[in-house]
Write a protein that binds this ligand. Structure first.
Ligand code: PLP
Length: 438
């Protein structure tokens, strides 16, 4: 059971069966790691992770679970904000990657890579609407940078309309698109031409679009903004408005893509297709960094005419593309979107039943598929709940732009029994926080 030290994945005992007793080895590993962070990474990271109850050292991973160095098992509902859709260290993806390593390295970006061609073809097959070409990068921010450069290059216009509380990363063009000042103010002046409007507000969007607007960028469901699912009519209306005003629509599906919301892509919940879509996080099944901006043939014309105007050494390496293809095939073969929809319904039902018994603590349980959040009545409750959830075998983390909301975003392979275990842990954690007093 999660939270105990008994449920160990196969091979783990053998792995640690040295002469050193586990407790001593574990405390040495922990001390060494913390010292390394404190002296050579950033001591604040250790403190922040500890405050968020995420200061574990992952030593084993399987399905929806991770094991700390001390052998404690947790259900991972943090998943690095949606990286591990295919489960932790998915064995099928790992095997494909291992086999690739027998013959390949990353591949030179100044060569033709069959793996990249295959992944781009697969993405064109599964992507919504007419998205057909992919540019590969390493992280989410770079995929957003690519999308914004493409939108400006293709339209010849500069203005980008983004959303308050939206999160798109911290790189050159993603940072000004991100809708929270705290990330931005020390680094000004940022790239100009970005305006921010409230999410889920059509009137604000109508007013914001002008002749110089190249694109609107938004998350399909706001993640760091506090798991904000838009009203049903919002995205279709945004699409219509963009078409009427000849403005491109960029959807950031970095958290919502690849099955998370119960569809392969979040926008499919509302029958909408963007002009440019950004993917990252779960794209390689949590094995190796890769991200992508995927776009229509017309928009591709800009890069086709300027093939070396936007380049990188490591976007879409042979290994990353191999893992990404394996991850997409795993998602399709196991119909993870459908499973995510069913497990999400079960999870929200359970969490809501529990939350109803603690009205002084929890304000709302919301989400779609396995992208869920609990909004607490006060910012201080979230971190206390994360601690109590951890004590009860569940890892969770608040959303960065709205700390009142704790996200519950487990791997999409989570079982019904594990969903029920998360709900039980939530009940026990709420009881513990109530007992402490607000
Ligand atoms: N877009 C969204 C919606 C995200 O959630 C994130 C990261 O959390 C990013 C972009 C940035 O991705 P990365 O951290 O890989 O640059």
């Amino acid at each position: 059971m999660a939270g105990t030290r008994r449920n160990e994945p196969k091979g783990r005992k053998a792995l640690e069966a040295g002469q050193v007793p586990r407790a001593a080895a574990e405390s040495r590993l922990r001390a060494e790691t913390i010292e390394g962070y404190n002296r050579h990474v950033n001591p604040y990271v250790v403190r922040a992770l500890s405050a968020a109850s995420l200061d574990i050292i992952e030593t084993s991973r399987e399905g929806a679970r991770v094991w700390d160095a001390d052998g404690t098992c947790y259900i991972d509902c943090a998943t690095g904000a949606g990286i591990f859709n295919c489960g932790r260290r998915n064995p099928e993806i790992a095997a494909r990657l291992k086999a690739a390593l027998e013959r390949a390295d990353m591949g030179s970006w100044l060569s033709l890579m069959p793996e990249r061609a295959r992944l781009a073809k697969k993405l064109a097959e599964i992507a919504p609407g007419r998205l057909q070409y992919s540019f590969f990068t390493c992280g989410g921010g770079e995929a957003v940078d690519t999308a914004i450069k493409l939108a400006r290059g293709y339209t010849g216009k500069s203005r980008i309309v983004a959303m308050r509380n939206g999160y798109h990363g911290v790189t050159g063009f993603a940072l000004p698109a991100t809708g929270r000042e705290v990330y931005k103010s020390p680094f000004e002046p940022l790239a100009p031409g970005f305006v921010h409007i409230p999410y889920n507000d059509l009137r604000a969007l109508e007013d914001a679009l002008d002749e110089d607007t190249a694109a609107v960028i938004m998350e399909t469901v706001q993640g760091e903004g506090g798991i904000v699912v838009p009203d049903d009519g919002y995205l279709p209306a945004v699409r219509r408005l963009c078409d009427e005003r000849s403005v491109l629509l960029i959807l950031d599906e970095i958290q919502t893509g690849l099955g998370r919301t119960g569809k392969m892509f979040g926008c499919e919940n509302w029958g909408v297709a963007p002009d440019i879509m950004c993917l990252a996080k779960a794209l390689s099944g949590g094995m190796i960094p890769i991200s992508a901006a995927i776009y229509t043939p017309e928009i591709a014309d800009f890069f086709i005419a300027n093939p070396f105007i936007h380049i990188n050494s490591f976007g879409g390496t042979a290994l990353a593309c191999t893992a990404a293809l394996a991850a997409i095939e795993y998602i399709e073969t196991n119909d993870l979107p459908r499973h995510a929809a069913a497990m999400g319904d079960r999870l929200r039902r359970g969490l809501r039943e529990v939350a109803a018994g603690y009205p002084e603590l929890a304000r709302e349980v919301r989400g779609i598929g396995l992208m869920n959040g609990i909004e607490y009545c006060d910012e201080s409750i979230g971190p206390r709940m994360s601690l109590q959830l951890k004590r009860n075998g569940v890892l969770s983390i608040y959303t960065f732009n709205n700390p009142k909301v704790v996200r519950i975003m487990p791997p999409l392979v989570i079982t019904a029994a594990e969903v029920d275990a998360v709900v039980e842990a939530f009940d026990r954690a709420m009881a513990a926080v109530r007992a402490q007093g607000i």
